[in-house]
Design a protein around this ligand. Structure first.
Ligand SMILES: Nc1nc2c(ncn2[C@@H]2O[C@H](COP(=O)(O)OP(=O)(O)OP(=O)(O)O)[C@@H](O)[C@H]2O)c(=O)[nH]1
Ligand SMILES: [Mg+2]
Length: 325
């Protein structure tokens, strides 16, 4: 792959070049990693910024249906929309990979939309890097909105939150008055809670769920990055395509307020710092995988097992060796 040429093509919005570049950042091969790094480095000079929207929700709440309807509304307004998925795929039987493209049938065919399903990869660190870099590539390719979908399984929300400008929690109408076991940490991340399926028989339950969550949000600590009245809870029907324009208007209001009040840049700077540290961790872990280092670990491990060395001293010894190597 010619890095300069690929970079020019991505900047001109060439979808095939974008798709190939994402394949490159997904690759585990060391030479591919070097090329990916070089490509991303070349691309940082552009000043395009997409609105990055993270979308999380448990299986079946309607994420794919929402993205299809919402995405089509946005492309209908002339916006370019990219959709990426973050999934530690061990949690799913690969269903998201084929399933989503068929569920987002219309959006997948829209020339102003780019849908990239999650790769079959289990390691969350790898998925995080791939997603973050894929977002950067979509941004360089001129997409206005990047939607990052994740199934709510705990850690992946944090990854998505650290990539997104806005974090949206999608919920389904609840039967009782319980708060669906949404973890407090996830609630605290949410910029907007959207109760989906507010249609037909489910409408009363959706209304109740929405007001329960609005109440719960009011009890959370006020965050500096929110204007008065945010975060909000609202209702939509992805299936009937209702409430979507309101949802979009809330997202824009929030994003604009943050831009005007310095929170947008501050957040992106914090995220860059976070990812730098994550990359450091990944790089250190990768060094431990080195066969020579593995031999040392084995040898030191034996000494620890035999009581000759203490565990922390052995670790220090190994790390000191790494510094020299
Ligand atoms: N009534 C109603 N059903 C909906 C709505 N949105 C989605 N559904 C249904 O809910 C089911 C799950 O929808 P998906 O969009 O596949 O949900 P998902 O969150 O992407 O699910 P996973 O990909 O498995 O995590 C499907 O049967 C949809 O038809 C809605 O607005 N109203
Ligand atoms: Mg889905």
């Amino acid at each position: 792959m010619d890095i300069a040429q690929t970079s020019d093509r991505i900047l001109s919005g060439d979808r095939r070049a974008l798709a190939r570049a994402i394949t490159l950042v997904e690759s585990q091969r060391a030479d591919h990693r070097d090329m990916a790094t070089a490509l991303l480095d070349r691309l940082v000079t552009h000043k395009r910024q997409a609105l990055r929207i993270g979308l999380s929700g448990t299986p079946g709440v309607g994420k794919s249906t929402f993205i299809e309807s919402f995405g089509l509304m946005l492309t209908g307004q002339g916006l370019k929309v990219a959709v990426l998925a973050v999934d530690p795929s061990s949690t799913r039987s690969g269903g998201s990979i084929l399933g989503d493209k068929t569920r987002m049938e219309h959006l997948a065919r829209d020339p102003n939309a780019f849908i990239r399903p999650s790769p079959s990869q289990t390691h969350l660190g790898g998925v995080a890097r791939r997603t973050r870099e894929a977002v950067a590539l979509c941004e360089a390719a001129g997409y206005d909105i990047v939607l990052i979908e994740t199934v709510g399984v705990g850690q992946s929300e944090t990854v998505v939150d650290e990539i997104s400008d806005l974090f949206i929690l999608l919920l389904a109408p609840a039967g009782g008055d319980e708060l669906q076991g949404v973890k407090r940490g996830i609630m605290e991340m949410a910029d907007l809670i959207i109760v989906n399926k507010a249609d037909g028989d489910l409408k009363p339950a959706a209304t109740r769920t929405c007001s329960d969550y609005a109440g719960a949000l009011r009890l959370l600590r006020k965050r500096p990055q929110d204007p008065p009245g945010y975060p909000k809870a609202m209702m939509v029907s992805a299936m009937e395509q209702s409430g979507l324009a309101d949802a979009w208007s809330e997202m824009q209001t929030l994003a604009n307020w943050r831009r005007e009040n310095g929170h947008w840049d501050k957040r992106r700077a914090q995220q860059a710092r976070y990812w730098f540290v994550q990359e450091l961790r990944l790089a250190l872990l990768a060094r431990l995988e080195d066969p020579e280092v593995q031999d040392q670990i084995e040898a030191l491990g034996t000494q620890v097992a035999d009581g000759i060395l203490g565990p922390s001293l052995a670790a220090q010894k190994l790390l000191a060796g790494l510094d020299r190597g």
